[in-house]
Design a protein around this ligand. Structure first.
Ligand code: CO
Length: 229
């Protein structure tokens, strides 16, 4: 059995390095996390979230999957968003894709790959939605990079369409959803210039308004809590 000793040695050095600057760092962090940011990025090993933005442990809540996809039936991703927004009260959700993404590239092709085809199907839908623009680009590399950008934008929209984010905005809680992309060859981030900050920015069909029965239940619960207290 290989026990990956070198990784434990790396870990010891890393922990010592941080403790040499702040001896109480890990003790303080063990009792509380209060990050301002949720990062939703690709699983690609070349895009390490904390390192890319120079943040320490405790400063960035992270969810990563193949091609930074956000789907309204993905309980894993939705649970991360809910926890980040409702409990940690992050102020920013950053969707960060990267140019040359293998997942996005696979979605542009027609090879059957197995289980992951079901995941990549979401990106094929995005391609189809923007096909007139994408098909006009002859250079496949450029076409891939545009699809990587469009994928970030569409996933950010999916986040905004969720009941979690809409409820957050309706409560008046500050929440900004950002669209970023990372350049593997330069190590640099680019802001795609689109961000979402309120419910008014989403198309009417996705807008969720609180129904009377839910509002009634909330008021009832508040009343019961008040009576007990
Ligand atoms: Co990727």
């Amino acid at each position: 059995m290989r026990i990956l000793k070198h990784l434990f040695l790396n870990n010891q050095r890393w922990a010592e390095g941080i403790k040499s600057k702040d001896p109480e760092f890990f003790i303080k962090l063990s009792t509380l996390q209060s990050p301002d940011y949720l990062w939703i990025g690709c699983s690609d090993s070349r895009v390490p979230a904390n390192e890319v933005v120079g943040l320490l442990p405790g400063e960035l809540f992270v969810h990563r999957n193949v091609a930074n996809v956000v789907i309204h039936t993905d309980l894993n991703c939705l649970s991360v968003i809910q926890y980040a927004v409702e409990i940690l009260k992050v102020k920013h959700i950053i969707v960060c894709g990267h140019y040359g993404c293998g997942g996005v590239k696979a979605a542009m092709e027609n090879k059957e790959l197995g289980l992951i085809d079901n995941w990549l199907r979401n990106i094929k839908d995005i391609y189809q939605r923007h096909s007139s623009r994408l098909d006009n680009i002859e250079d496949l590399h450029e076409r891939l990079n545009l699809l990587c950008e469009l994928n970030v934008l569409e996933q950010a929209k999916n986040i905004c369409h969720s009941s979690i984010v809409q409820n957050t905005w309706r409560r008046g809680q500050e929440l900004n959803v950002h669209c970023w992309i990372y350049n593997l060859r330069e190590g640099l981030l680019k802001d795609l210039g689109r961000s979402f900050t309120c419910q008014k920015q989403i198309p009417e069909i996705y807008v969720l308004r609180e129904s009377k029965s839910i509002a009634g239940k909330r008021n009832f619960i508040r009343g019961v809590k008040g009576a007990v207290l």
